[in-house]
Design a protein around this ligand. Structure first.
Ligand SMILES: [Zn+2]
Length: 566
């Protein structure tokens, strides 16, 4: 794990902003470790992105970059509170909205081409002073050098013509960079600054110019702590990343993963889970330039707008604490409710983890009857299941029976067997069952269930199917079979044998099930409890344990086997 963590983005906000403090050596549990959360990326990447921080929680911005060792180096700043980052292409402003195409009606432009003075300046202030000599001049940081640029034009030719008409000498036309980002005053075409890391460095915007104030910044309707990083992957739109201290990240997750009104110890358990899960998965989106995304794919994160005193306190109370198995941070997956028992990860996802073991959960019964959707049913017709198996490539006849043929030690289904009208059996582990049972709005809500054929729980040994060649009989009445001696006799009369999917079986005349065969119109109902993948902590179980007086560490140690919290 240590090696993975070399890459975690770590830096200091506030007073250390100018100091290039090395952070590689920070211990994992150091609460000042930063994590990079993708907010807009891939197909959701933005051509322009606004920030606003005139809310009293810090104002103004510093611009800079992280070097290979994740030190923040400041290269520029502004006291403006509403700024927009624009990719360096022709951007059109109509009303208060930026477009990448010329909109109908009147508009103004932030063009991709500029006049650049030939001088290289020694500082941001020197470049700013030189730029101010010209109307439309602005400072720029281009590949490590401070430059002064003038104007913005939609074509190189227009910039060249302007250079002549303005009488600017010792200058050249530049622009259209696939790595440059232009910073404007929001809702205007006024350029404040331009940054081009030439693909090596990405623009980092650090909100707030007052080191004593922890800045909160509005972005796309949500408020965030931390810094923003902008990457133009493959020269495209802006991938927007919130670079945030781990503890602030967890504060942003908690309200979306568990109600702030829940007992404190449950919230604390959830906080440690969320933190540990993030630490274990931070590498997940490295190809996109960040650690975790902000959706359910990783953990839902919308900044700090929805947190509360209660949820923040749960994070603070557990700051820097992780679930560990030996020296490793545990992959603390969690789910809504287990329905009565969790499950070994190897039975769900195929690979084993020593701390993700199934446990019988006696605590959820506290709420089982009172939360909606704790119990669930889904019914399939024989025809549906037949079609599902056939769509998976199995040349089966009509499915006439489905039953759980093997249970795990915690009582969850391990193997489900389908029997077709030819008596042939098809058995599947849960990994395959998920896709077989997922069809047209139907799916299994958890991995804890039983299967019923009519009102009877399905079994493999007591129901027989006789195939007359044209389908399945609805009744064995009047059907003859060979008995053990080879003589023909009517089924139900005495001791006949039939060949079933499980081999030769003697029919017991006293058993009603022997004379009732399933038909092709049968339905099978899967009756379950719980919601989720049944791995690790049950959130409702944590709620119940907390209500019954268990502390967060006891909750975590119940759901994760042989772990420590530190
Ligand atoms: Zn993700």
């Amino acid at each position: 794990m240590g090696k993975k963590w070399i890459h975690i983005l770590a830096a200091f906000a506030g007073i250390a902003a100018f100091l290039s403090i090395p952070v590689r050596g920070l211990a994992l549990s150091d609460s000042s470790s930063y994590i990079r959360i993708g907010l807009y990326y891939g197909s959701s990447a933005l051509s322009t992105a606004n920030l606003e921080n005139n809310t009293g929680h810090g104002s103004g911005y510093r611009f800079g970059y992280y070097d290979d060792s994740y030190h923040f180096t400041e290269v520029a700043s502004t006291a403006q509170t509403q700024i927009s980052m624009l990719k360096n292409s022709n951007i059109y402003l109509s009303g208060t909205t930026y477009y990448t195409y010329a909109p109908s009606g009147s508009y103004s432009t932030v063009g991709a081409y500029h006049i650049q003075l030939n001088t290289v300046y020694g500082s941001y202030s020197a470049a700013s002073s030189a730029a101010k000599m010209y109307s439309g001049g602005f400072p720029a940081w281009i590949g490590g050098a401070y430059r002064a640029r003038v104007g913005s034009y939609t074509t190189s030719a227009a910039a060249g013509a302007a250079m002549k008409s303005l009488g600017i000498s010792n200058a050249e036309v530049v622009g259209g960079s696939e790595t440059a980002i232009t910073v404007t005053q929001t809702k205007t075409t006024a350029i404040l600054f331009q940054f081009d890391g030439n693909g090596k460095n990405s623009l980092v915007v650090m909100p707030g110019k007052n080191n004593d104030v922890k800045a909160i910044t509005w972005f796309k309707g949500y408020r965030y702590y931390g810094n923003f990083q902008y990457k133009r992957l493959s020269g495209g739109d802006l991938t927007v990343i919130n670079v945030v201290p781990m503890e602030d990240y967890v504060k942003g997750i908690l309200p979306y993963e568990m109600s702030s009104s829940w007992p404190r110890e449950a919230l604390k358990a959830q906080a440690v889970c969320a933190r540990s899960y993030a630490a274990c998965n931070y590498w997940k989106h490295q190809s996109l330039g960040f650690d975790l995304c902000n959706t359910t794919d990783c953990q839902v994160y919308r900044g700090v707008g929805s947190n509360s005193e209660s949820s923040d306190q749960a994070v603070d109370d557990t700051a820097g604490l992780y679930v560990r198995y030996g020296d490793e941070i545990a992959e603390t997956v969690y789910h809504s409710c287990d329905g009565g028992a969790t499950e070994d990860v190897k039975n769900i996802w195929g690979s084993d983890l020593p701390y993700l073991k199934g446990v019988v959960d006696p605590f959820e019964s506290y709420i089982a009857g009172s939360i909606s959707s704790y119990y669930w049913n889904v019914t399939y017709t024989s025809a549906e299941l037949t079609a599902r198996l056939q769509s998976k490539g199995y040349a089966c006849g009509n499915v006439v029976n489905v039953y759980i043929s093997e249970y795990t030690p915690t009582g969850n289904p391990k193997t489900v067997t389908f029997v077709d009208s030819n008596g042939k059996t098809y058995s599947f582990s849960r990994t395959n069952l998920t896709s077989i049972f997922s069809t047209a709005g139907k799916s299994l809500r958890s991995y804890r269930y039983k299967i019923y054929s009519g009102s009877e729980e399905g079994t493999g040994g007591s129901v027989y199917y006789v195939n007359p060649g044209g389908g399945t009989l609805s009744s064995l009445n009047g059907v003859y079979a060979l008995d053990g001696t080879g003589a023909a006799g009517q089924i139900g009369s005495s001791g006949n044998y039939v060949i079933t999917g499980d081999g030769v079986q003697q029919l017991s005349p006293s058993s009603s099930s022997d004379t009732t065969a399933s038909t092709t119109n049968s339905t099978f109902t899967i009756s379950g409890s719980g919601w989720g993948h049944n791995l690790g902590m049950s959130q409702w179980g944590a709620y119940c344990m907390a209500k019954q007086g268990y502390t967060y560490d006891k909750i975590l140690k119940f759901y994760y086997t042989n772990v420590t919290i530190s």
